[in-house]
Design a binder for this molecule. Structure first.
Ligand SMILES: Cc1cc2nc3c(=O)[nH]c(=O)nc-3n(C[C@H](O)[C@H](O)[C@H](O)COP(=O)(O)OP(=O)(O)OC[C@H]3O[C@@H](n4cnc5c(N)ncnc54)[C@H](O)[C@@H]3O)c2cc1C
Length: 398
């Protein structure tokens, strides 16, 4: 694998020891074309802080993506998806993030079809009823609610939202906080306390429909362009058959997918940093101050050089973690290092690019200020930077 796309310099770097496999180069180029030809023109029509496409525009875009095979990419083939490996998912995530909404709506949501991964562990009945239609192209999305006001980093201790078994139902009482993608979702998975407070095996995973009586939601304003929600449960009854896995297995199920998803999570910021740097380089080549182009100022050159270094390192760390994950190696530390570096570095790169662009950098004429806000939250999501450090240190120190 090598950094085989160096569009900013216009030069192909020498081949290194590794190359992306040919089929992934092809996949990357396909996504790149899709972003240029289908997504970019559509995005031009949207307001700066748009948080998705209306159904009338999303459906045809998704249809085009499906025809190109860009659908349900994360869903294993045995469940009807494209079954991409982690490296494949990374390659797509990196390219699909290169639009204004890319941090939270890669490719404007064109590549849908993936249910929350925990559904692959659900009963066949539950899977067929909720996940399969999504994979087959039915509109809609699903949320995953783990965090509560008591904390997101340490769910084992923090989860207090309780579900009690009453006959053929569970009755849920409590509150979830920060749940993304609630708007437009008909259902989601909710991690609830079914056992003793603080016990790892006291957490279970229930599928809950958003229309269930007793469930109310309210948005929370944050600095990202979209709002996560509070989910309030008051005697919410869900069938016991909506339990995913066994009672008490919720934390284990959530952890199963966490490592790979962290790697893919870090790939989007790499794509955004790449796109931001391209904007800054174009600007530095053109803009003159005091009779000299910005590109000829060492202060600007160094910001560009530092950004390229951080970006390349981030991409390699993400690719390496993904590569190892696909080989079935233990990648907890690789994933933590890659997620931490990619999200932190991307934030620094976008910040530098905004500086190079001056006032325009912080304006809504360009995507930079939106990326800056969205990337700020990426340093908290899927395990905050501090938590990744904790994982790395634990693995090193024991
Ligand atoms: C926009 C947005 C969308 C989100 N979407 C979802 C979602 O869809 N589903 C969901 O379940 N959650 C979601 N979250 C929640 C997110 O995962 C949590 O905010 C995150 O896990 C941190 O939890 P917390 O906010 O409760 O902070 P806490 O866990 O209370 O931590 C507070 C601070 O202390 C640090 N810290 C914690 N423990 C340690 C330690 N051991 N050592 C050093 N520092 C530490 C943390 O890194 C953090 O900076 C979302 C959050 C936001 C802002």
């Amino acid at each position: 694998m090598t950094i085989d796309d160096a569009p900013r310099t216009g030069q192909e770097p020498p081949l290194g020891a590794w190359r992306l496999p040919d089929e992934l180069v092809e996949l990357r180029d396909t996504v790149r074309r899709f972003m240029r030809n289908e997504v970019a023109p559509l995005e031009e029509e949207l307001p700066h802080d748009a948080t998705g496409l209306d159904a009338g525009r999303l459906a045809p875009l998704q249809e085009k993506a499906r025809r190109m095979g860009l659908w349900a990419l994360r869903t294993p083939a045995e469940f009807g998806g494209a079954g991409l490996g982690v490296l494949g998912q990374v390659v797509v995530a990196e390219e699909a993030a290169k639009c204004r909404m890319g941090a939270y709506f890669p490719a404007l949501g064109a590549f849908g079809g993936d249910p929350p991964s925990v559904l692959f562990q659900a009963s066949p009945e539950l899977f067929d009823r909720y996940a399969r239609p999504m994979i087959e192209g039915a509109p809609g999305k699903a949320f995953t609610a783990i965090s509560e006001s008591t904390g997101g980093s340490d769910p084992v201790r923090a989860i207090r939202c309780r579900a009690e078994r009453h006959g053929d139902n569970y009755v849920i009482n409590g509150e979830k906080m920060w749940t993304s993608h609630v708007t437009g979702a008909d259902w989601g998975v909710v991690y609830v306390r079914t056992g003793r407070q603080g016990d790892r095996d006291g957490i279970s995973c229930l599928l809950v429909e958003t229309g269930t009586p007793g469930l109310t939601t309210r948005p929370i304003g944050v600095l990202t362009s979209f709002s996560p929600h509070v989910l309030h449960f008051e005697d919410v009854r869900v069938p016991a058959a909506n339990l995913i896995g066994a009672e008490g297995q919720g934390f284990e199920l959530a952890s199963d997918f966490l490592v790979a998803s962290r790697i893919v999570y870090g790939a989007g910021p790499v794509g955004i940093a790449d796109a931001a740097l391209r904007i800054a380089i174009d600007w530095a080549r053109e803009r003159e101050t005091f009779g000299v182009r910005l590109k000829d100022r060492q202060a600007v050159q160094w910001m560009i050089a530092d950004s390229e270094i951080e970006l390349r390192a981030a991409r390699l760390l993400i690719y390496q973690a993904a590569w190892n994950a696909d080989l079935g190696r233990a990648v907890r530390t690789d994933a933590a290092i890659a997620k931490l570096h990619a999200t932190e570095a991307a934030f620094r790169v976008v910040d530098r690019c905004m500086q190079i662009l001056g006032g325009l950098g912080v304006s809504q004429e360009l995507p930079l200020e939106r990326w800056f806000r969205d990337l700020r939250v990426k340093r908290l999501g899927e395990g905050a930077t501090d938590i990744q450090r904790m994982v790395i240190a634990r693995d090193l120190l024991g």
